[in-house]
Design a protein around this ligand. Structure first.
Ligand code: NAD
Length: 382
């Protein structure tokens, strides 16, 4: 890090959808009304020249553009890496980045399976000097932050049940050609859980709602897809997953229901968290990002109240508080918390920790067994 300029010099490995999202967040750092050090993109790596061109065309700070990420890891003027590559590459890339002493914001599922995740965690243990986190934007919506405050306040009283889910419908079109996210060898056995699970798990895990066991129902709804070359090929990844987990909190126990769906009619990028309590209930959804809902008692009845949250993010910005908040704002917030963690600035809520990804791998591995053997599986078993 160069302290005098308050910047952290970044490489982006994997310049696809998410690589570009990071670049856009870095480009509008001036929206933050704080002096959190700014990420500056110095190097990019992708096999595709077109993908790299987006960066070289838009950022005059890019000094290295390569197909071989080792070149970036050898560069002394790179402090940190954002790595957003297909899941089968996570282990090798993340381990090499960590061993090179670079800070890392990696992507979910943080290893294609439990073994790869364990190898990444081993590398982290050997390099306590680097800050490693996994991306997760959902909690940075101001409405989600309001939900976290509400949960911590204990307003729910005795918890009846918690539902957290992530849904989209991008696979409803059966004629959509297969891509790497639908191939087991590249995306992994977890299918939709590996893609979407950590998003649904981030807030529950951070609040200490740790599943003891899981009963899973997994669906592979569309089993063949066009390959884009005139053929039809098998599509073996799970499209939808329902996980009923049990969570113990002292003497109390409640179900945590996690749902991840790629085939959910009408959903685009829908994150939802709902907490039912005996005293009060609350819910938040990115479908209605400005609204936080909670119940008030009206005698023996419960009435749902809606509060518009506005633009009141965790890290202050120059944006007026009456304006709406969106996905790209949550990316900027998430990145600001990562930069804080890299620079030793405490944050009330940050990106997913490596330990949370480890828990997710345990849960999703247990879910695979549960579905296969049609039984509840404890996380201790895996
Ligand atoms: N946090 C989120 O909200 C979110 C959303 C979507 C995807 N993701 C995650 O981000 C990661 C990437 O997903 P994406 O949607 O950006 O995928 P993508 O396919 O758009 O981008 C991946 C990029 O990696 C490049 N690549 C492949 N092999 C490479 C190699 N050997 N060396 C260098 N580059 C290589 C590809 O050319 C491509 O440009 C995945 O882990 C995915 O799960 C996260």
């Amino acid at each position: 890090m160069s302290n005098e300029k308050k910047t952290v010099r970044f490489a982006v490995i994997g310049c696809g959808l998410m690589g570009r999202e990071f670049a856009c967040a870095a480009a509008r750092w001036c929206q933050l009304s704080t002096d959190i050090p700014k990420p500056v993109i110095v190097g990019v790596c992708d096999l595709s020249e077109d993908a790299r061109r987006y960066f070289t065309d838009n950022f005059d700070t890019v000094k290295y553009s390569t197909t071989d990420y080792h070149e970036l890891l050898a560069a002394e003027d790179i402090d940190a890496v954002y790595c957003a590559v297909p899941h089968n590459l996570h282990k090798q890339f993340y381990v090499d980045i960590i061993n090179a002493g670079k800070h890392l914001l990696g992507e979910k599922p943080f290893g294609i399976d439990k073994e790869d995740n364990a190898a990444i965690l081993e590398a982290i243990k050997a390099h306590p000097e680097v800050v490693v986190r996994c991306s997760g934007e959902f909690p940075f919506f101001p409405g989600a932050q309001e939900m976290i405050r509400w949960i911590k306040s204990g307003a729910a009283g005795k918890i009846i049940e918690v539902r957290s889910n992530f849904r989209h419908s991008s696979d409803m079109d059966v004629n959509k050609p297969i891509n790497w996210k639908r191939m087991i060898e590249i995306n992994g056995e977890y299918g939709c859980m590996g893609d979407l699970g950590l998003h649904a798990e981030h807030i529950p895990f951070r609040l200490g709602w740790i599943p003891e066991s899981v009963s899973a129902y997994l669906s592979n709804i569309v089993r063949v897809r066009p390959d884009g070359k005139g053929n039809t090929v098998p599509c073996l990844t799970w499209d939808n997953a329902h996980l009923v987990c049990n969570v113990k909190q002292g003497e109390e126990e409640f179900p945590l229901i996690l749902e991840t769906k790629r085939i959910c009619p009408g959903a685009t990028n829908s994150w939802n968290i709902e907490v039912d309590g005996l005293s009060q209930s609350a819910r938040y959804s990115t479908d209605d990002p400005n609204a936080f809902y909670y119940t008030e008692h009206r005698g023996r009845e419960q009435a749902w109240c809606r509060v518009d949250i506005g633009h009141k993010p965790m890290i202050p910005t120059v944006t007026g508080s009456i304006f709406e908040f969106g996905f790209t704002d949550s990316m900027l917030q998430m990145w600001a918390t990562f930069m804080c963690e890299v620079c030793g600035i405490p944050v009330p809520f940050g990106c997913l920790t490596p330990e949370e990804t480890e828990l997710s791998h345990k849960l999703q591995t247990a879910a695979l067994i549960s579905h296969k053997e049609r039984r509840a599986v404890t996380l201790e078993e895996v």
